[in-house]
Structure formats: structure tokens, C-alpha cells
Design a protein. Structure first.
Length: 561
């Protein structure tokens, strides 16, 4: 059985749904979107507060684990990846962070020409409808709904955390996705009118009836079809039946930073040593495929709360029923938020132009699965250094498309990452110790005050760090002679025709925050390149940098009005 399309997109996730929308917009091209999972029409996906349920479901999560990580006591760290329409945007925490302007300057410095902040900003804007409307930085009529601070006024802990940061000498930012990407402020989320704004809901559903768009679910992609150095299609399995699907123009891998390099490797595209070891005939030598893996780590810093204002009294079944009922009928209340409503991005030391520590504040002491960590009331901050220097890799373990890969992040391999964690723990304690938190701050539950020396912090961090679920970089974008570059600046796989990778795999380095927003931006920008359209005009918008960054770690300079 063979079918032919102009474009075949592999993966209906954060990038694939964007591409499916944009490539079918003018009606000129036939597009096939392939997804290994099924439908995302599930109330527990749509309801923001229920985010822990799809994350824990085998139906929506591939459920990967890393190999034993040698620098964190050989622990295996979970690496969830979305499965089903919307991909990881259907199971993530819905936090919307674009990245600091310095992140994109770094991309350019590493060979990603044309991917500076001014080049990317118009595509961030095109993707977005911001709750406060369009301005220089924010979009007003894009598919993706973004809101912020939906319930901040209903819980004093959110504002107390922001006030504590200002008291500690950090700036307050009115919009970290706008001019000032440093400081304390309200956190933004991909939630529109109380409902999760996944890329499936935002980009795919509104265009699902286009006659030139075909969506196939529960299709497992085995490998690419190569005719010499030209990719002409894919071999897939659906309902245990092998199918060959042909592309007259291009195949676009948007399967994510774990699965996209796996498909390349199974197709004989990748490091020769790996392919030889697995008995896979090499079709194209690309040593960087699967290399350059990066991720963010985080810990939960937990405290007792002295006042009964946390969400810990909302975790029983009775409360969950009423929260769910209000959301079901009105799409409002605690069901309409991810509860990460205040946040911060700070610099850990003088000499850094942009932040390297990120905070998500949560007015509860609870685990990721939604169960309480303590009796009584509490609060926590999810925190971690966000510019790691350690690098890992993704490798297939077999030519079998059902086999899980070998994933090694090499967390804390670089000594600078270890030092960054020590500073992170100490700065966090200082922030929470500010007067703004006095009325709420009880005992420090985790790490606990007995964890204070370098050695004690190092040990505790190794035992307690978790992934923040931001893997990227495994098909690095760039120009030049670096053998580890996999795609050019138009996301075309080097040395091949008819093949692109468009997802978080192409990031040269991990941005300073959550990666869903920049993944969507990459797809928006590359869609124009695929269609041969001129890129949107750059937007030369100012980006606030602390004027004393070379000599001071903080000085409290607020964003000017």
C-alpha cells in the first residue's frame, strides 16, 4: 500500500501541528500528518489543573527513562514525552517562556545565523494571542492562547513571593516575555478561556477539515525511504500493517528531541560507530545525530505555611469534585490554572548578562502527581540552574521501532553545573527569608537546614534532582564545519535533500526557560522557509540588561515604565 503527498510531517506535537496548519494554509499542497498516539480529546488534558493525570498515563506519555546517570548516584531520571495529538503540549505544565534575548544571540554565535532575537520575535508574536492584546513584544491574533496570573489575586502567597524577590534586591518584571526577561513577576501559561491551549487545540482542530490535510493516528514510523541522498518517503506500521508513504517535496521530522534522532538513526543516518554496532547499514554519516542532548534540572524547595492559605486543603476528593464541577460548567476557578502563577528568573553571580536560575512558585507542598507532601499547609518553589554545560546523547538500542532508546543526559558532569547548584540553594534560602514571607514561612522541610555546606548540598542535590522535562539539542542547527551540526539554518538535514528536522532537536543550546514556546516559534519560522516565503521582518525591540551586570549580581533596578 503506497500513498503520495507533497509533504509528510512525522509527529503531531508542539511543532508538527503548527506545520500542518501553516503548510496547508494556501491550499496548494497536500500534507500528511503522522502521529504514533491517538486523540487528545480528554477532559483531563483540557482541564489545566489536571495536568498530572495525562503525564502519568501510558496512553499519552512514551514513558522514557534515562540510563543510570553516573554523576547523580547512577539514578535513572524519568523523561516523559507526549504521545497523541498535541504531543508534549498536551501533557506539559503549560508554562509559557520564550527565552531571553541573550539565548538567541547565543544561538547565532554558535552558527544559527538568522535566528537572533530580532528574527525570532515576529514569529513568537505570530503564534500568540496574549490576554492583554498586542504590543511590541506580544501577539494579539495568533492561534495559541496565552494568559497569566489567572488566580494570583485569590492567594496571597503568589504576591508574597514576588515581593520577597524585590526585597532581596532583584527587579520586578511586568512581562518576562517582553522587554524585561529578568526578575520576579506573574508567570504565563498556554491556557485560553480556562482550557489548555495545546498545539492540537490551537493549530490542528481549527483546520482539520481542510481537504489538503490528512491526519493519520496510531502510526509508528519505522524509517525513512532514501533514494541515494534524497529522502522520498517513510515506512510506517499501522494496525500491524506495513505501509510506504511517499513525499514529492519533503519529509519533515517533528517527532521531538528523543524520537527524531531515533528515526534518523534507524534510517542509517547518524554516527557510524553506533550504526555499525547495531548492524544498520549506513546511508549518510552524520556524527551529531543524537548528540548535544541538554535538559533543565529542578528540585522542590518546600516550607510549612503558617497560615491556612495554601492549596493543601484542596487536595481531597471532595474539594477536587467542586473544583472540577466549576471548571466543567464555567471554565473558571482553580480548575482553570496550572497553579504556577508567579515566577522568577535571576542571575546567580556578577558577570552574567542574563538569568541562569529559574523559579516556579507553587502555593502548596505537593508532589508532581498531585498528592500532598505534608500534613497541614505548605508552599514550594521549583528551582534550578537553567544554563547547564553538561551534554548527553540519545541512541537507539535496536532497529526495532518499538524499542526504547538509550538516553544519557550526563547531568552534573560539568563542574560548573555543580557549583551553580550550590549558589542556587543558597540564593533561594535568602529570597524566602525576606520579610514579605514572614507571615507565611514556617519550617524549611526540604532540603532542611542541616543541608548547608558544599558537600551537604552536593549530596542532597544528587539524591533529589529531577528533570524539568526540557530535553533538546539532539539535531543541532548551524552553519560551518562543525561535524556535530545536523541541520542548516533552514532546518534541512545536511547532505540530504527532501528532509528537515523541525522541533526542539534543532536548538543549539537550551533556552533559559520552558521549551514549548520556542519549539512553536521554530515551527512557525521554518514553515515560511519550507514554503519559500521571505521571513517576517525582524523586530528590533529593546531587551533590558542590568547596566551593572559585570560587577553586580543584582541591584534591584526595576523595569522602566
Amino acid at each position: 500500500m503506497t500513498k503520495t503527498f507533497d509533504y509528510i510531517i512525522v509527529g503531531a506535537g508542539s511543532a508538527g501541528c503548527v506545520l500542518a496548519n501553516r503548510l496547508t494554509e494556501d491550499g496548494k499542497h497536500s500534507v500528511l500528518l503522522l502521529e504514533a498516539g491517538g486523540s487528545d480529546r480528554n477532559i483531563l488534558i483540557a482541564m489545566p489543573t489536571a495536568l498530572s493525570y495525562p503525564m502519568a498515563s501510558k496512553a499519552y506519555n512514551w514513558g522514557y527513562d534515562s540510563d543510570p546517570e553516573p554523576y547523580v548516584d547512577n539514578r535513572q531520571i524519568t523523561c516523559p514525552r507526549g504521545k497523541g495529538l498535541g504531543g508534549t503540549s498536551s501533557i506539559n505544565g503549560m508554562v509559557y517562556v520564550r527565552g531571553h534575548s541573550c539565548d538567541f544571540k547565543e544561538w547565532e554565535s554558535l552558527g544559527a545565523k538568522g535566528w537572533g532575537y530580532a528574527d525570532c520575535l515576529p514569529y513568537f508574536k505570530r503564534a500568540e494571542t496574549w490576554q492583554n492584546g498586542e504590543d511590541t513584544y506580544r501577539g494579539g491574533d495568533g492561534p495559541l492562547g496565552v494568559s497569566g496570573g489567572n488566580n494570583m489575586a485569590n492567594n496571597p502567597l503568589y504576591e508574597a513571593f514576588i515581593d520577597a524577590g524585590v526585597e532581596a534586591g532583584y527587579p520586578r518584571t511586568e512581562d518576562y516575555n517582553g522587554e524585561c526577561g529578568e526578575g520576579f513577576g506573574a508567570m504565563h501559561m498556554t491556557v485560553a478561556r480556562g482550557v489548555r491551549s495545546s498545539t492540537s487545540r490551537a493549530y490542528l482542530r481549527p483546520v482539520s477539515n481542510r481537504p489538503n490535510l490528512t491526519v493519520m493516528k496510531k502510526v509508528l514510523v519505522d524509517q525513512l525511504i532514501l533514494d541515494g541522498k534524497t529522502v522520498s518517503g517513510v515506512k510506517v506500521t499501522q494496525n500491524r500493517k506495513p505501509i510506504e508513504l511517499k513525499a514529492t517535496k519533503e519529509v519533515i521530522l517533528s517527532a521531538g528531541s528523543i524520537a527524531s534522532p531515533m528515526i534518523l538513526q534507524r534510517s542509517g543516518i547518524g554516527p557510524s560507530e553506533l550504526l555499525s554496532r547495531l548492524g544498520i547499514a549506513q546511508k549518510h554519516d552524520l556524527p551529531g545525530v543524537g548528540q548535544n542532548l541538554q535538559d533543565h534540572l529542578e528540585v522542590y524547595f518546600q516550607f510549612h505555611c503558617k497560615q491556612p492559605v495554601s492549596l493543601n486543603n484542596k487536595l481531597d476528593l471532595f474539594s477536587k469534585f467542586f473544583i472540577g464541577a466549576r471548571w466543567f460548567f464555567f471554565k473558571s476557578g482553580l480548575g482553570a490554572t496550572n497553579h504556577f502563577e508567579s515566577c522568577a528568573f535571576i542571575r546567580s553571580r556578577a558577570g552574567l548578562k542574563s538569568p541562569d536560575i529559574q523559579y516556579h512558585f507553587l502555593p502548596a507542598a505537593m508532589r508532581y502527581d498531585g498528592t500532598p507532601s505534608i500534613k497541614g499547609h505548605g508552599f514550594q518553589v521549583h528551582v534550578g540552574p537553567n544554563k547547564p554545560k553538561s551534554r548527553g546523547r540519545v541512541e537507539i538500542t535496536s532497529s526495532d521501532p518499538n524499542a526504547h532508546p538509550s538516553i544519557l543526559f550526563n547531568y552534573l558532569q560539568h563542574e560548573d553545573d555543580v557549583a551553580a547548584w550550590r549558589q542556587c540553594i543558597r540564593l533561594t534560602r535568602e529570597i524566602i527569608a525576606q520579610p514579605a514571607m514572614d507571615a507565611f514561612r514556617g519550617d524549611e522541610l526540604q532540603p532542611g537546614l542541616d543541608v548547608s555546606s558544599d558537600e551537604e548540598i552536593d549530596t542532597w542535590v544528587r539524591e533529589n534532582i529531577e528533570s524539568a522535562y526540557h530535553p533538546c539539542g539532539t539535531a543541532r542547527m548551524g552553519e560551518g564545519d562543525d561535524p556535530n551540526i545536523v541541520v542548516d539554518t533552514a532546518c534541512r538535514v545536511r547532505g540530504l535533500t527532501g528532509l528537515r528536522v523541525v522541533d526542539a532537536s534543532v536548538f543549539p543550546t537550551v533556552p533559559y526557560g520552558n521549551i514549548n514556546a520556542p519549539t512553536i516559534m521554530v515551527a512557525e519560522k521554518t514553515a515560511d522557509a519550507i514554503l519559500g516565503k521571505p521571513p517576517l521582518a525582524p523586530i528590533e525591540a529593546p531587551s533590558w540588561i542590568d547596566p551593572n551586570w559585570e560587577t553586580q549580581q543584582r541591584n534591584g533596578t526595576p523595569l522602566r515604565a
